[in-house]
Design a protein around this ligand. Structure first.
Ligand code: C2E
Ligand code: MG
Ligand code: MG
Ligand code: MG
Length: 292
């Protein structure tokens, strides 16, 4: 009733809604065109294993190389791609391109890498996903255990009979499955109990300033323990400070990803981003005892 009391507000609201709908349609149109024109690119962010003392993999992150707007981050278009169904062809392109790149790195003699690919809820529910992955793996000549898919928690995935079948099929092929942004979504616990993940990624939200945040420490500590208890590898996302690495490594976190180590970069720069930061480079022995 309150909103109907003011006709001017009602009108403004519908004008805004209309403008939003138009912008949405425009973006969809642009994305469709971008796909046809091959304007998407993948950047790669290395994943570091402190025990191994090296980068052991990479996460593929999509960007839109827009002719006027420059490099557009996925946050600006993934939701629209998902709601419009364009995530189907876009996601398939990401899978093929990431696998192709990994094949190239294998042949170039880079140390054995694992490639992580983000898969949206809608993509995951596509009955063809398994087939698409298998085809991309074969075409690229990589091994299935070099591939990992990253899923975020969403309501849609919980308790889907289909989800269980897809998971089991992928896992028996050797493909890894990581739960991304852990702790920020829904139904995390039932999700973890039912599905055979092999990696848990702690969201940056909990990692930032963990060395001086009581709340961060309580949450990261619990997540590391949870992950280990379930037999998963635990990765800290969005690490930007040496102190965060030191704290989390002492708590038993295995893997790290973040600007402190390396930003996501184009494939051509990737090889140069594999070095450990100087603070972490002082003898393998010392590193194993105290990572920093
Ligand atoms: P995500 O999978 O959780 O990826 C991590 C995001 O954190 C990436 O943002 C990465 O660039 C950023 N990041 C990494 N280290 C740091 C750090 O130290 N500090 C800060 N501030 N940020 C850091 P990006 O590339 O913008 O991607 C955002 C999200 O878009 C991803 O979150 C993922 O959910 C989604 N996304 C990216 N590529 C794809 C894709 O190919 N398919 C799908 N479905 N989603 C994708
Ligand atoms: Mg991810
Ligand atoms: Mg994440
Ligand atoms: Mg995220």
């Amino acid at each position: 009733a309150a909103s109907l009391a003011n006709p001017a507000q009602v009108m403004l609201h519908s004008v805004n809604a209309r403008r939003q709908a138009i912008e949405q349609m425009q973006l969809e149109q642009d994305l469709r065109q971008a796909l046809a024109r091959s304007e998407f690119v993948l950047h790669y962010q290395p994943v570091f294993d402190l025990q191994a003392g090296r980068a052991i993999g990479a996460e593929a992150l999509v960007r839109w190389q827009h002719p006027e707007r420059g490099l557009v981050p996925p946050g600006a278009f993934i939701d629209t791609a998902e709601s419009s169904g364009l995530i189907g062809p876009l996601g398939l392109w990401v899978i093929r391109e990431a696998c192709r790149q990994l094949g190239e790195w294998n042949r170039a003699g880079l140390p054995h890498m694992r490639m992580a690919i983000n898969v949206s809820a809608r993509q995951f529910l596509d009955p063809q996903l398994g087939q698409h992955l298998r085809e991309a793996i074969a075409a690229a000549g990589i091994s299935p255990d070099q591939l990992e898919i990253e899923l975020t928690e969403t309501v849609a995935m919980v308790d889907h009979a289909h989800t269980h079948r897809v998971f089991s099929a992928l896992r028996s092929d050797g493909v890894g499955i990581a739960i991304d942004d852990f702790g920020t979504g829904y139904a995390s616990m039932s999700y973890l109990r039912k599905l055979p993940f092999d990696k848990l990624k702690i969201d940056r939200e909990f990692v930032t300033d963990v060395h001086r945040s009581r709340e961060g420490q309580a949450i990261c500590g619990a997540l590391i323990e949870l992950g280990k208890g379930l037999g998963l590898r635990v990765l800290a996302e969005g690490v930007e400070q040496k102190e965060e690495v030191r704290y989390l490594a002492q708590q038993g976190c295995d893997l790290f990803q973040g600007y402190y180590f390396a930003r996501p970069v184009a494939a051509a720069q990737f090889e140069h981003s594999l070095m450990l930061p100087p603070a972490l480079l002082h003898g393998a022995e010392a590193r194993l005892m105290d990572p920093l």
